[in-house]
Design a protein around this ligand. Sequence first.
Ligand code: SAM
Length: 264
Amino acid sequence: MSARPKKSFGQHFLHERRYIERIVSAISPRPDDFIVEIGPGEGALTFPLLAAAGKLTAIELDTDLIPSLQANAAAIGELSIVHADVLKVDFTAMAHRHGVSQLRIAGNLPYYISSPILFHCVDHAAAITDMHFMLQKEVVDRMAAEPGSKVYGRLSVMLQLACRVVPLFDVPPGAFRPPPKVDSSVVRLVPLAAHERHDASPERVHAVVKAAFAQRRKTLGNALRQLMDADAIRRADVDPKARAETLAPEDFVRLAKVNVDQHL
Ligand code: SAM
């Protein structure tokens, strides 16, 4: 235990018991859950989750942490450790392989790749019941932001089109070893049910949202010029003079679905 935390792996180990308990109680693991933890580290969340669920799959990139995780878990439950970069793990295939329809995902995420991990999980949202993540507070604020807010942007729209975003509570730097330079927050993400999900092409939604927020201060007419003209924007029931930060997530879906070849 207590190896020197590695900066290159984004290692900040949670040690304050009351935050560990709050996270585990927010997750509320049940014995039949298939829980996947991203980045177990020294096991701060792993062992209490394992005790409640009886079994757990953990994905860890740092080989040095694996032997003691394995040894300490033996008396608690069935811990299966996948030594991999989480961005390369196919959650949908993992669920199929284990004969479960959905996974529950949790983790105190490495902050240096938190956005790629979020987008990766969203790509597998249909195979996920819920996610509980510790992230930088600033990232959680962006994920949950509403139109008109200064921090509303690409992350807010892409996350909210796929999940219900529920910020839970903040965690101060002193709860970790070593303390990170930023405040942290725990968030719950619940993927939308099939009938709530949009039916636009995910690639097109992504392209529209990316272009719209690439130059926040431009009007949509200008920002989306490479993708569609002002008439197409109007056909999506959006004002070409508006700015991206004033649009609701569903407005971007209509923009992604509008037929750009149509000439009226
Ligand atoms: N869960 C532990 C805790 O709360 O104390 C550790 C959290 S620490 C912030 C992030 C963990 O993610 C570390 O154990 C780190 O080695 C692991 N990690 C970093 N990059 C990873 C990656 N690409 N895939 C899987 N795990 C990764």
